[in-house]
Design a protein around this ligand. Structure first.
Ligand SMILES: Cc1ncc(C[n+]2csc(CCOP(=O)(O)OP(=O)(O)O)c2C)c(N)n1
Length: 944
């Protein structure tokens, strides 16, 4: 026969090599069967001469002289070794992980025949063929294989063969095979667990009985989710972790709120009763509130060393999995110390994020993959998230075969090299052990791990649904399924730990307690709503944003300072030289957009406000204008002037994001609500792509205030402007923001000068604590370097943000017949156009802030032109896009009896022309018409 080292695979090969080495040094250090085996092998690939060391007579002769019995022994050894390896890798395929009793398909790799071994062979083989604790004390390979099956094909399926990092794999194997996270080695308090399951079940039973058919998205069938969370949080508190964040959707949320977040039963029951009185209006702001199973909660838990751990669950919308990146952003912010200059410091030991997913939504919602992709990125990592898939083997009415192409719902996470533990939700000990293993892995490697908690859903998708319409057989089996509490109680009775009937008595006591709470409930008193603080009117206008010239100059010098020996790329030197000279004449327009931005950020840091700035390619800037990070042209060394700014009193980070809009905007939103005193900026590559984040805008950034009382202040820079690049790369879709503008839920700016941008950024920083709102800036592309846009240093040193800028070039206001209102780039096109030169009867007024629309300032402008006859809104977007439809009612109101009109591209489903030539033609026509007084009357759209 030709036995070879190649026959040993995987981890066993390494182990057998080690054993062989031991045997070479001293053949008597291994048992006879192992000696016989090694005698048949040629020298291993990395070992020295095969000839065994002393005493030569103790080992069998080389291959050529093996007997048939020895050959058979060698083959069975290889077969046994490979079988062991296959059980470790594929054992989960034969595990009993479905509480409803589906028998796993298994896999041929787990069968003895596949490896050409019999029970007798295995009994004859020494256990030493296999490494690790399972082999210790085992009489033979048969016993080892039995032990391995007991571990890997149990009610837990360990799915981690895709982990390529050897230390992680070894750690997992050792942790699993020693059973150090399992009872009895790691004991579980059985009575406490029963009490917990009793609370969980009683809560649902009570709601079911008291509010029949009312939606609650019961946890039943996945009750062990609560003890799993208990375990993770208790371990985290013990480790001195200060914050835990839980993100989850509807399923079981009320139960988790009641039992893990400690939300009082009174409050939850008050929400079910829905008192008639709801305070819907506060200082002119509509307060919508949200349904009970979307709300959040927070509570403090006492840790091992008297350290408080605060566990929080943020509110979230129906959009499944949308909370995932938001939660990661919150965790990142909470664990980041941004109080010192330089890059901020993230401490993964300060925070633990926990995400609970649905089995249909986990593979289906792309945001999950985007979020998992963040987990090892330096600017986004949270030091490992513990994921739990609340797997009830069903979507709404959809079966798993129709919602995932992978073997398990968790399948795609294998690509991210995340270990997955599939566990039967009806085995409480296995579930607790999975939680302990997950936490320990997270703590050791600071990486994500998934617990795939496999249970079932006792009722329909909601409690009004009839699930047997669509899953009749599954629901037949569920109706006969005892609850996990009942099963655990039976186990405890069998073990003699409780008296028969004791468990039922506990359940009844909880139901009685809930009943008495319910009877004494005053829904109006117990209903607590989180509402935003509304700033006093005029707060924003008072913000001081100017920075004295000498301070600006010093900041400019600080930004230009390079580390010793740093070589800047030759082509960047010219720009730096211009920046050096920028303050020579305070009245000269030397400050372009990028300079204004850098000076604004520098001054904000000098004021002590930390900044986080992310987005695709933001370090250099999509348009090559920013250079917030320099790379030494010779060594590639990184230098960020704002990170190294001598005057800074807080941390700065600017980081290129992955190519994502949805998860990255969600992450920054989460960061912003968690640490409201930091300026958080996200920039889109082009404004168009923000529609990839529409869920985050609709559900979080723009409505979180009205629904949940949150106060985000995320800044979004969205490059916008019609420049002939085609239907994409033109529009940041301002119409979509403006359609969602209500209740003072954001500020939208479309400014036309570098100084305005400077003041706008500084104002945002100044308002973080007193009047926070998201800020949407339609930012420039070609205007970045346009002379009209450049400002003088004096413009930064004086003045403030102007919501409206009246035409500075009108000599005689009474000559003006047409007043053009416009915003952003079209304003620059109009003001710098040839057509304007002879159009003394037309004034061009820039509306720099689109929301809240500065109607008072606009009225003042109108009143300044006593003889004005027409008020025309000019925009480059098609008539059904841009700001027109938002501005129109206000403008018509302001105009009184004067005519109003719009000049825009014709209504269109696509934002812009595909050809540059068509763009130029339309743009010229638009500008020409804006100054052509013959065009009077109704709306005029430019038709090519
Ligand atoms: C993005 C999104 N699409 C559709 C829905 C509607 N919906 C609510 S629950 C649900 C089924 C979710 O199944 P799963 O993720 O397995 O969670 P389960 O409800 O079974 O716990 C669907 C489709 C939604 N809430 N969000």
């Amino acid at each position: 026969m030709s036995l070879n080292w190649r026959d040993f695979q995987g981890v066993n090969a390494g182990y057998v090599l080690e054993l062989y080495d031991k045997y070479r040094r001293d053949p008597r250090s291994v048992d006879q069967a192992t000696r016989d085996l090694f005698a048949m092998l040629p020298p291993p690939p990395t070992a020295g001469p095969a000839a065994p060391a002393e005493p030569a007579s103790a080992v069998s002769p080389p291959v050529a002289t093996t007997t048939p019995d020895q050959e058979r022994l060698a083959l069975t050894a290889v077969g046994a070794s490979n079988l062991a390896m296959c059980i470790r890798r594929y054992g989960h395929l034969a595990a009993s992980i479905d509480p409803l009793g589906t028998v796993s398909d298994g896999d041929p790799a787990l069968e003895l025949e596949t490896h050409a071994v019999t029970e007798a062979d295995l009994r004859a083989l020494p256990s030493s063929i296999v490494s690790g604790p399972v082999a210790e004390g085992a009489a033979s390979m048969w016993e080892v294989i039995e032990r391995l099956r007991g571990i890997y094909c149990s009610t837990t399926g360990y799915d981690f063969a895709h982990i390529f990092v050897v230390e992680e794999r070894r750690w997992l194997r050792e942790a699993i095979e020693t059973g150090r996270f399992r009872a009895p080695q790691d004991p579980i308090d059985p009575i406490h667990l029963l009490d917990r399951l009793t609370e969980v079940e009683a809560f649902e039973k009570f709601l079911h009985r008291t509010f029949p058919g009312k939606t609650r998205f019961s946890i039943e069938g996945l009750d062990m989710l609560v003890p799993i969370l208990d375990e993770v949080i208790a371990e985290a508190a013990e480790e001195g972790i200060r914050r835990a964040f839980i993100g989850m959707a509807h399923r079981g949320r009320l139960n988790v709120m009641a039992h893990v977040l400690g939300k009082p039963y009174e409050q939850i029951l008050a929400e079910f009763k829905e008192p008639a009185r709801h305070s819907r209006e506060m200082q002119g702001m509509q307060w919508s509130g949200d349904v009970k199973y979307h709300l959040g909660a927070s509570r403090a838990v006492r840790g091992g060393e008297e350290v408080d751990l605060v566990v929080s669950m943020p509110p979230n919308p129906s959009h499944l999995e949308a909370i995932d990146p938001v939660l990661e952003g919150m965790a990142r912010a909470a664990g980041t110390d941004a109080s010192r200059p330089g890059p901020p410091m993230y401490d993964p030991d300060a925070v633990v994020p926990i995400l609970i997913h649905g089995d249909a939504s986990f593979p289906g919602q792309g945001v999950v993959a985007e979020t998992l992709n963040l987990h090892r990125l330096e600017a986004y990592s949270t030091g490992g998230t513990i994921h739990v898939i609340a797997n009830n083997q069903l979507g709404f009415t959809t079966d798993p075969v129709d919602f995932h192409s992978t073997t398990y719902a968790s399948g795609f996470a294998r690509g991210f090299k995340i270990p997955i533990v599939h566990v039967n939700a009806d085995d409480p000990e296995a579930c607790v052990s999975a939680a302990r293993l997950a936490f320990a892995y997270r703590e050791t490697f600071k990486r994500d791990i998934i617990i795939d908690l496999i249970g079932y859903r006792r009722f329909g998708h909601n409690e009004g649904d009839e699930p047997s319409f669509t899953q009749p057989r599954m629901y037949q089996s569920i109706s006969n399924q005892p609850t996990v509490r009942q099963k655990w109680a039976a186990t405890l009775e069998e073990r003699g730990l409780i008296e028969p009937g004791a468990a039922d008595a506990k359940l009844q006591a909880r139901l009685d307690a809930l009943q008495s709470i319910f009877e004494t409930l005053d829904p109006e008193e117990h209903l607590v709503e989180a509402k935003p603080v509304i700033a006093a009117p005029g707060t924003a206008a008072k913000a001081k944003t100017a920075v004295a010239l000498d301070r600006l100059k010093a900041l400019n010098d600080g930004l230009l300072t390079l580390p010793d020996g740093f070589v800047v790329h030759r082509k960047l030197e010219r720009g730096r030289q211009k920046r050096r000279e920028a303050f020579e004449d305070a009245a000269a327009p030397t400050i372009d957009w990028a300079a204004a931005e850098e000076l604004a950020l520098a001054s904000i840091l000098a004021d002590g406000t930390p900044i986080r700035f992310t987005g695709e390619d933001v370090e250099r800037g999509t348009f090559g204008h920013r250079h917030a990070v320099y790379y030494d042209a010779e060594t590639g060394r990184r230098h960020s002037p704002l990170e190294a700014l001598p005057q800074a009193r807080a941390a700065f980070e600017i980081r290129n994001s992955p190519l994502s809009e949805l998860a990255t905007v969600g992450f920054e939103f989460g960061y912003s609500i968690q640490e409201a005193t930091r300026l958080v900026i996200w920039e889109a590559q082009y404004g168009d792509f923000v529609n990839g984040a529409q869920v985050m805008l609709d559900e979080f950034v723009l409505s979180a205030r009205a629904k949940w009382g949150q106060e985000p202040s995320l800044v979004m820079l969205l490059p916008h402007g019609y420049e002939g690049q085609g239907p994409d790369h033109a529009s940041a879709r301002p119409e979509r923001f403006l359609q969602l503008a209500a209740d003072i839920n954001m500020r939208v700016a479309n400014c036309t000068t570098a100084a305005q941008y400077f003041h706008m950024l500084r104002r945002q920083a100044a308002l973080l604590e007193i009047d926070p709102l998201p800020l949407v800036i339609l930012s420039p592309k070609s205007l970045l370097r346009h002379p009209f846009v450049a400002s003088a240093p004096r413009d930064l040193a004086e003045g403030r943000w102007q919501q409206v800028i009246d035409d500075p070039d009108v000599a005689r206001p009474d000559d003006v017949r047409r007043l053009v209102f416009c915003s952003g780039k079209i304003a620059v096109d109009l003001m710098t156009s040839e057509a304007r030169k002879d159009a003394r009867e037309v004034a061009v007024c820039r509306v720099e802030q689109l929301y809240p629309l500065p109607v008072r300032d606009m009225l003042r402008v109108i009143e300044g032109y006593g003889k004005v006859e027409q008020i025309v809104w000019v925009q480059e977007e098609p008539e059904n896009m841009g700001a027109w439809e938002f501005v129109r009612p206000s403008l018509e109101g302001l105009a009184g009896n004067r005519r109003t009109a719009v000049l825009a591209r014709p209504r269109s489903s696509s934002p812009a022309e595909g050809s540059a030539a068509a763009h130029h033609q339309n743009q010229e026509r638009l500008i020409h018409q804006a100054f052509d007084l013959k065009l009077k009357g109704a709306n005029v759209a430019v038709r090519p």
